[in-house]
Design a protein around this ligand. Structure first.
Ligand code: PLP
Ligand code: COI
Length: 369
């Protein structure tokens, strides 16, 4: 493994009390998802008169620690916040890679614009990830299907109570070792909330902001009470058009081997995994339709066998087969195949590229170490 020096623009503050080697090894043997903190964070501050006019200063890697924030900080009151999620993978030869980080850089800025937060120059975003992963590289697990999950986020830190965009912002990246998000390769049953929406036309659905997730928690609790690990949201104004899950996009595989996924209407997060699945499929002669799928089509498709497989996809979940759909209005049974041929093929391709066992013809992988 090479040990490149961090870029000089990132100041480095050493953690003099890192997690012990023994404890870290114990955590990496069974990482779970998002439960454990690494030794460092990347951080950059911004201040400015408006989201378009300001300066990012003092990029640094420093020990992970609680943030000292005034209780009036805007993020606590008005939820002015956006985040990202991506992973660092250790390949068999010891090298370390990120998957499509430029796509996360672009999405962070689309989210930031919607939340009246400043854009972060993509080169600063990429450098923050590289620098953090270099300092925290001991935290990247090497077990099958494991990785280091990276969570960049931006919060409004100015202390004031008027409602306007904050003139002070903090961008940080934290990291956490990750295994299987659902803890099982079994198909996941899904809850449909007939009461609550996650977002709506003109809202923040396409942005990765905390408020969307806050709105998904109550329906998620409803779902958990019914034994479901995820909630799916539909647009009730469009005949229950399927949108996405609380933290994943959704794909249907038809009996004749076509992929169908809801089109990006502005209420759906444009998943980077979704986009990658579409590319992989199309390049291997699998037809992909991005279009409206209603709950009625789902119900009838499963009943007739026209829908053969259904899967959810996202950075945390990778590609996970979906089982039954439950709601107060009744149940749609699992499709005929729950770890079907196409779901399995797509997962093997995607995971193979990410972990370096399948060639990456797209230049998706970005080497860090
Ligand atoms: N949809 C939502 C609401 C999500 O939170 C995520 C996860 O980030 C996704 C979809 C999938 O996006 P990606 O594949 O970029 O991780
Ligand atoms: C991700 O996949 O990166 C997400 O942010 C989704 C969340 C369920 C962890």
């Amino acid at each position: 493994m090479t040990t490149e020096q961090p870029q000089p623009s990132f100041r480095f503050v050493e953690n003099t009390d890192p997690v012990s080697d023994a404890r870290r090894r114990e955590i990496l043997a069974d990482p779970g998802f998002g439960d454990h903190a690494t030794d460092y964070v990347a951080a950059i501050r911004w201040s400015g008169r408006s989201p378009e006019e300001g300066t990012w200063t003092d990029p640094r890697i420093e020990p992970r620690a609680p943030l000292p924030l005034d209780p009036a900080s805007a993020v606590f009151h008005y939820g002015q916040e956006v985040f990202e999620g991506l992973k660092a993978y250790r390949h068999a030869d010891g090298s370390v890679w990120l998957f499509r980080p430029e796509a996360n850089a672009a999405r962070l800025n689309r989210s930031a614009e919607r939340l009246a937060l400043p854009a972060l120059p993509p080169e600063l975003f990429l450098a923050s990830l590289d620098e953090l992963v270099r300092r925290d590289h001991r935290w990247i697990p090497d077990g099958e299907g494991t990785s280091l999950y990276l969570r960049p986020f931006m919060i409004a830190t100015e202390p004031f109570l008027g409602v306007r965009p904050s003139r002070e912002v903090l961008y940080e990246v934290i990291a956490s070792p990750a295994g299987n998000y659902f803890g099982t390769p079994e198909p996941v049953d899904i809850w449909l909330s007939t009461t609550w929406a996650r977002t709506h036309a003109g809202g923040t659905g396409f942005a990765k902001c905390g408020g969307n997730y806050a709105a998904s928690l109550l329906p998620q609790l409803e779902g958990e009470a019914q034994g479901c690990k995820q909630v799916i949201f539909t647009d009730r104004n469009r005949e229950d058009a399927v949108e996405e899950l609380g933290g994943m996009n959704v794909f249907f595989v038809t009996r004749d081997g076509k992929l169908v996924t809801p089109e990006l209407t502005g209420t759906i997060l444009p998943g980077i995994t979704r986009d990658s699945v579409i590319h992989l499929a199309q390049d291997h002669g699998i037809e992909v339709e991005e279009r409206t799928v209603t709950l009625g089509e789902w119900r009838e498709g499963v009943a007739s066998g026209q829908i053969a497989e259904i899967f959810a996809c996202g950075t945390a979940a990778v590609i996970a087969p979906m089982g039954r759909l439950l709601s107060e209005r009744g149940e749609i049974p699992a499709p005929a195949q729950t770890n079907g041929e196409i779901t399995t093929w797509l997962r093997d391709q995607l995971v193979g590229i990410q972990h370096g066992t399948v060639e990456d013809p797209y230049g998706w992988m970005h080497r860090v170490l």
